[in-house]
Design a protein around this ligand. Structure first.
Ligand code: SAM
Length: 240
């Protein structure tokens, strides 16, 4: 049966916090900020909460520059402001002009498309650089790749690029499909091959990413790319 409807996965219970605590053994401020939210709607999968905290917690209270693709009702920008604190520069982009009404509330909002590299470069320039990108935009395969190609080179060293809702990689409506060429996990495979360039003789397909890609983490529907220096590995035999 073809899948592709988020409502199939809606949580049927009434205690979101307990569900996350019990299944993922996670407790922390981000959990209560999400589960007790009485502000604008934030729509997140339960298992994302501990994953966000795992990769983002080191930036809390710091002058982080955070860019979220996809503003919708402004709820997630408010969540990130509460989580990261006042020292953070927080920007959201969205293609829908009506999202401009959230500009200046929890962060800055700019209107444009995530597949427009000039628009993205302009936003990053205005931000003074970017340390963390969270792609929660259209979830369309070509858009995910266009944003990644444009933004990863602009990310600071030691920065994090997180893409969520990658279940759409399996869904045709988003340009995906189990065997579809556009399935984003084919791009992930190319990045894995690029990371292991030392051990094969095929060309590096995405050098603008692979040349500074120090880590790739895959979770259910989330890919996290860590930017950092890359060195040809060496090995030593010591002792004996
Ligand atoms: C899943 S919602 C974002 C939800 C928000 N981050 C949250 O957690 O509450 C996706 C958003 O991406 C926006 N979007 C769709 N296509 C886009 C594009 N090409 N460029 C930028 N934003 C886009 C939609 O307008 C929508 O508001």
């Amino acid at each position: 049966m073809p899948r592709g409807a988020i409502r199939e996965y809606l949580f049927g219970g009434d205690d979101v916090a307990s569900d996350i605590r019990e299944k993922y053994r996670f407790d922390g401020e981000l959990l209560s900020m999400f589960a007790d939210n009485r502000g604008p709607v934030v729509h997140k999968w339960h298992h994302y909460i501990p994953i966000y905290d795992r990769y983002f917690s080191r930036f809390r209270g710091k002058p982080l520059r955070f860019l979220e693709i996809g503003v919708a009702k402004g709820g997630s920008l408010q969540l990130w402001r509460n989580y990261f604190g006042d020292a953070a520069t927080i920007y959201g982009i969205d293609i829908k002009p009506r999202c401009a009404r959230f500009d200046g509330q929890s962060g800055q909002v700019r209107i444009g498309s995530q597949d427009d590299p000039d628009f993205l470069a302009g936003v990053v320039e205005e931000m003074g650089g970017v340390d963390v990108v969270l792609d929660d935009g259209s979830h369309q395969m070509p858009h995910i790749e266009a944003s990644l190609r444009a933004l990863f080179p602009l990310l600071s060293d030691d920065g994090i690029y997180m893409i969520e809702d990658l279940h759409t990689s399996y869904w045709q409506k988003w340009g995906g499909g189990f065997d579809a060429r556009g399935n984003f996990f084919n791009t992930v495979r190319r990045m894995i091959d690029g990371m292991h360039r030392w051990y094969h003789d095929r060309p590096v397909v995405l050098p603008e990413i692979s040349d500074k890609l120090s880590g790739i983490h895959i979770h259910d529907s989330i890919v996290v790319l860590e930017k950092g220096p890359v060195f040809r590995p060496v090995t030593s035999r010591i002792g004996g």
